[in-house]
Design a protein around this ligand. Structure first.
Ligand code: CO
Length: 292
């Protein structure tokens, strides 16, 4: 009897000792803690919050118990928001905080539309954190337009999000952001692919190619009299409200109206539609699958 008791005490002591080793952090086994970091360009417009809330809602639906953090890649936006007392982290600060909070596995999800400058800078930062001691795994998910499968889903999403009253002989002109980055080519690629299904849908950009001039000339050539203008950006923010739908002479609405094409404005960012958000969420799912 005595020997049995002694053995029980011995085993209990061993277990306690072992557990305290784990808890103290001197043991090599750190408890697995998985988190999500959502990274957007950011927006200072309150209208943009609908998009971010919708993304968060869909991510929570897919991963109900997983902690979610946010970061914005744009300094300008972060500084503008900070002046209003809204503090948003850069991806680097957000990753450092997650490291400090004891996360072992982090899925960083880009909420950008193309793999452009913002995305590639983010890749470099994620890469730097890979090299640091701390995270077991940290991986970055693709932006919206990445694989051919994405492109096909985007074409279908665009078509199904067009208001039902639009007639086939009326145009739909989407405003993408555009970039000097080589990935700008995705916009023209999308324009090509969407037109295989509906030749009166056009993808243009504010700061890249295709420009409005080109699209306008194509609309006139086709003798189109009416166009639906929709943002092809995650949020209906500053560009959508001003460059697309504003009353200034150089907005898309003003330019097209002046050319004799009447405009119908749709102010809804891509991230307000679940069919677009699902593409980002599926990229995130792929990253998280690597952690199992
Ligand atoms: Co811009």
């Amino acid at each position: 009897m005595k020997i049995v008791k002694m053995i029980i005490v011995f085993i209990t002591a061993l277990l306690v000792f072992n557990n305290s080793l784990l808890a103290s952090g001197h043991g090599h086994k750190k408890e697995k803690k998985v988190g999500i970091l959502l990274v957007a360009f950011g927006s200072s417009e309150t209208s943009a919050q609908i998009s971010f809330l919708n993304i968060e809602k869909k991510v929570k639906e897919a991963f109900p118990s997983m902690p979610i953090r946010w970061a914005y890649t744009s300094h300008i936006i972060r500084h503008k928001l900070a002046k209003q007392g809204k503090i948003l982290d850069s991806p680097e600060v957000a990753m450092a905080k997650m490291l400090d909070e004891g996360f072992t596995h982090v899925a960083v999800q880009s909420l950008h539309s193309i793999g452009g400058e913002e995305y590639h800078n983010l890749r470099r930062s994620v890469g730097a954190f890979k090299g640091l001691r701390g995270f077991k795994r940290i991986m970055l998910g693709y932006p919206l337009m990445s694989t051919q499968d994405d492109m096909e889903r985007i074409v279908d999403a665009i078509i199904s999000n067009i208001p039902k009253q639009r007639k086939k002989n009326e145009a739909v002109v989407l405003m993408g952001h555009g970039s000097h980055h080589p990935s700008n080519a995705f916009y023209a690629a999308l324009n090509f692919q969407v037109q295989l299904k509906d030749p009166n849908i056009f993808i243009g950009t504010v700061e890249g190619y295709p420009e409005l001039d080109l699209i306008q000339s194509l609309l006139l050539k086709k003798q189109i009299k009416k166009a639906y203008l929709m943002p092809f950006m995650s949020v209906a923010g500053d560009h959508a409200k001003n460059d697309m739908a504003g009353n200034e002479d150089d907005s898309w609405k003003s330019m097209l109206t002046k050319a004799g094409i009447s405009c119908v404005i749709i102010l809804k960012g891509t991230a307000e539609y679940d069919n677009f958000v699902n593409i980002w969420v599926d990229h995130l799912k792929k990253v998280l699958a690597h952690f199992n």
